[in-house]
Design a protein around this ligand. Structure first.
Ligand SMILES: NC(=O)c1ccc[n+]([C@@H]2O[C@H](COP(=O)([O-])OP(=O)(O)OC[C@H]3O[C@@H](n4cnc5c(N)ncnc54)[C@H](OP(=O)(O)O)[C@@H]3O)[C@@H](O)[C@H]2O)c1
Length: 262
């Protein structure tokens, strides 16, 4: 073990000179992730369907480039990859990919049609796979790329009565995809990890937190007795995308106040 040259801790988390793409950056966790990576020194492409929200985000930080698109559309995905690695940015590759875009669906199997499940798998899982694959294949040399898939505790444990078959399957699938791609690409220097958030306030969870009973259910079943605060995924994401986690791949990092440790 070489003890002569440990890296200064602050530099371990620095993203200076790195390029990043964050999906689902028009709201919630993704908007925060895009700003966080920009603050850490990265140049960031922020994508989602709502162009006005992305433009707003772009005004908050000069290192953020809005690039609107529907992640579920193959044409839009192709355009996103071409523009993120072409003249619009001047980048030759995307170093950091944060697959954060996601949607939820009906909660009860009695109301969730197979087509609902297909749509959830398409947006939450297949789109992340397709985009990541295209970005890695577009890189002349992918070594050093880091991919983070935003999964969920609902990909690890049942969230009944909250969750839904399509949502839980898509998040469990993302975790399987994380391990598989980490295995396929590890020797090429591409790391792939998953972040599994517990309950955090956002547009997706607004209904849950607006209801006293379900908000209480979250408090009661979380070891620390409360939902996550906005900033409480920051260091986990920075760890996974940065050189701080250079020997970490194929892993799932749950940031959930102890939810999955019960
Ligand atoms: N909040 C939580 O407690 C929690 C817990 C575990 C996991 N997560 C995961 O964290 C991620 C972010 O969720 P959030 O809580 O921040 O919810 P949110 O505010 O609803 O964000 C979802 C994001 O995904 C984007 N999106 C959805 N469908 C898209 C599509 N077809 N094409 C492009 N972008 C699309 C949305 O943008 P547009 O509508 O503008 O396209 C939005 O920016 C999701 O993957 C979610 O499953 C959240």
């Amino acid at each position: 073990m070489d003890l002569t040259a440990p890296q200064p801790p602050a530099e371990l988390f620095s993203l200076k000179g790195r390029t990043a793409l964050v999906t689902g950056a028009s709201s919630g966790l993704g908007a925060r992730f895009a700003l966080l990576l920009a603050e850490a020194g990265a140049d960031v492409v922020a994508t989602a369907r709502r162009a006005d929200r992305l433009a707003e985000l772009g005004r908050l930080h000069p290192a953020i480039t809005p690039l609107p698109g529907d992640i579920d559309s193959p044409d839009d995905r192709r355009r996103i990859v071409t523009e993120a690695t072409g003249e619009a940015t001047g980048w030759d590759r995307v170093d950091i990919v944060v697959n954060n875009a996601g949607m939820s669906g009906p909660l009860r199997a009695e109301e969730e049609e197979p087509d609902d499940v297909l749509r959830l798998l398409s947006v939450n899982l297949v789109a992340a796979y397709a985009l990541t694959r295209d970005l890695v294949m577009a890189a002349d040399s992918p070594s050093g790329m880091s991919v983070v898939n935003v999964a969920s505790i609902l990909g690890l444990v049942s969230g009944a009565p909250v969750g839904g078959a399509g949502y839980a399957s898509s998040k469990a699938g993302l975790i399987g995809l994380t391990r598989e791609l980490a295995g396929q690409w590890g020797r090429r220097g591409v790391r792939v990890n998953a972040l599994a958030p517990g309950w955090f306030p956002s547009e997706m969870t607004a209904g849950l937190f607006a209801d006293e009973r379900s908000a209480g259910w979250v408090d009661r079943n979380t070891m620390v007795g409360r939902p996550g605060a906005d900033h409480e995924l920051d260091t986990a994401l920075l760890f996974l995308v940065s050189p701080a986690s250079s020997y970490c791949t194929g892993q799932v990092l749950a940031v959930d106040g102890g939810w999955t440790a019960r």
